[in-house]
Design a protein around this ligand. Structure first.
Ligand code: GBH
Length: 489
């Protein structure tokens, strides 16, 4: 049975892995995002974002919470940078809150206090020898841009994003050498404008909306890249990329129709963004299934898109089995169009991997190795940074702190996924770095504070105190090289 063969590969999970399995200049970091950690929503001249208004709308966040205070990183950034340093990471991926730089998003007057905050953060990182990876857009669009032009639905957004990106390069680019334009454009398109579970929470739009929103994000990305390359790259010498999220899609059987469904699934996740950048247009299968719902790129735009990527940032958490299905139970236009079903267990009830707290998240290390190989083969072996990888625990007040801090499954998760990355590098994939999601427990979007992704626990009931979990200490030993392979030589 092919199914069993897939399971055999989980043996990787048991493997030991050590720092020496990676190239010496490989960067290991932790990742965060502004709205999830900063708080200080009305301080420092910050304007409101779509996530402020969304999280304050009743019924949108499972525990009725919001990011007003979050984990107060805005005031505790020094302590947090110290923590990253003490744990031994040499990279930090954070995102810049657009409405701290331009409170109404229009790009007319820059907010000096916002610039000062990120200058302080970046300087603190540099002082500790930590490389800053800055994301320009991790979902917190200035609210005014949503209300005035409809956010990502209007093409004018491309120009506003360009002004914002230009401003960030000008102020921070002397120290930030790795730029990420947009985080997971798919999530904004699908969960923001189709499922409606993320800001701005649109559900009643047309079946073409998610594709228009994606289209404008692709153009915004490429425009920012062209500005960086023409005005800053020579002087500053940095790199600029895009972050995409992708689950590995394993065909549910050896049947051709299931294999095509799995291939289609990957094209709808990655190809949606990478085909335009590498091959000048959307994947053939998307053009076929979506017809007029897919917007068109002009000749001029195609030129802008060509090669507009120095590296690919990959956010990867889990894998799914995919089977062909013409009448699927999926509710989103986006998922329906793919004519497939996402499956996590076999007939016998065996799961694809151990389940984390989130219902979508299973521990499947071999999926990452397959995905990295797939990207290398399909897109001419681009430089890749894994910009997010991690798993969550359920918030549970009834457990003693010592139990929560001893996050054994997360340690297994990191061991398994890091071993998979090391394998992929040996296979020939050009992976340059790895960022664990996340430094701290934080505001997990629609799930509020009920899911904890942190390597470091945040005590929401006791002044937001930070306590490293076992996984943080494991990572720290791994980075220092004291976590050696158990080899009998
Ligand atoms: C990342 O997205 C985000 O970049 C990060 O901010 C977040 O904290 C992290 O995931 C953990 O969730 O589509 O109904 O299953 C990863 C992609 C998109 C996966 C939203 C989970 C949940 C809702 N995620 N999805 S659903």
């Amino acid at each position: 049975m092919p199914k069993k063969e897939v399971f055999k590969e989980t043996a990787e999970e048991e493997e030991e892995v050590c720092r020496a399995d990676f190239p010496p200049n490989f960067v290991f970091g932790v990742a965060t995002a502004s709205y999830q950690i900063e708080g200080a929503c009305n301080e420092g001249g910050r304007g409101p974002s779509i996530w402020d208004s969304f999280s304050h709308t009743e019924g949108k966040i499972i525990d009725g919470s919001n990011g007003d205070v979050a984990v107060d990183h805005y005031h505790r950034y020094k302590e947090d940078v110290d923590l990253i340093h003490k744990l031994g990471f040499d990279g930090y991926r954070f995102s810049i809150s657009w409405s701290r730089i331009f409170p109404d998003g229009l790009g007319t007057k820059v907010n000096d206090e916002g610039i000062a905050f990120y200058n302080n953060l970046i300087n603190a990182l540099i002082e500790k020898g930590i490389r800053p990876f800055a994301t320009l857009y991790h979902w917190d669009l200035p609210l005014h841009l949503q209300e005035s032009i409809g956010g990502w639905l209007d093409k004018q957004i491309v120009n506003y994003f360009a002004i914002y990106a230009d401003t960030c390069f000008a102020h921070f680019g002397d120290r930030v050498k790795n730029w990420i334009t947009v985080n997971e454009p798919l999530q904004t398109a699908v969960n923001g404008y189709d499922a409606g579970i993320f800001a701005p929470g649109r559900r009643e739009g047309s079946s073409a909306e998610p594709y228009l929103v994606a289209h404008h994000q692709i153009l915004a990305h490429a425009t920012a890249v062209s500005i960086y390359r023409s005005k800053y790259k020579d002087k500053q010498g940095g790199q600029i990329g895009l972050v995409l999220d992708c689950e590995w899609a394993e065909a549910n059987s050896d049947k051709i129709e299931d294999k095509s469904a799995a291939a289609r699934r990957l094209d709808f996740q990655l190809g949606w963004y990478l085909c335009p950048l590498y091959y000048g247009d959307y994947p053939t299968v998307m053009l076929e299934k979506l017809g007029d719902r897919l917007p068109k790129f002009s000749q001029e735009e195609k030129k802008l898109l060509f090669n507009a990527l120095d590296f690919l940032g990959l956010n990867h958490y889990t894998s799914k089995f995919i089977s062909h299905a013409t009448s699927s139970s999926e509710e989103c236009y986006y998922y329906k169009a793919q004519e497939m079903e996402r499956i996590v267990e076999w007939e016998g009830g065996e799961k694809i991997g151990e389940q984390a707290a989130s219902e979508w998240l299973f521990v499947v290390p071999w999926g990452l190795r397959k995905l990295l190989n797939y990207i290398a083969q399909t897109y001419n072996n681009p430089p890749i940074y894994i910009t997010e990888n991690g798993m969550d625990q359920e918030e549970d007040n009834s457990l003693p702190l010592s139990d929560i801090l001893d996050d054994k499954l997360r340690v297994r998760y990191f061991k398994g996924y890091l071993a998979a990355v090391a394998h992929a590098i040996k296979d020939g994939a050009d992976v340059r770095g790895y960022f664990a999601w996340s430094l701290l427990d934080n505001f997990e979007w629609g799930q509020g504070y009920t899911k904890r992704f942190g390597l470091v626990y945040v005590d929401y009931n006791n002044g937001l105190a930070r306590h490293p979990k076992s996984s943080a200490y494991w990572f720290s030993r791994f980075l220092k090289g004291s976590e050696k392979k158990n080899k009998e030589e």
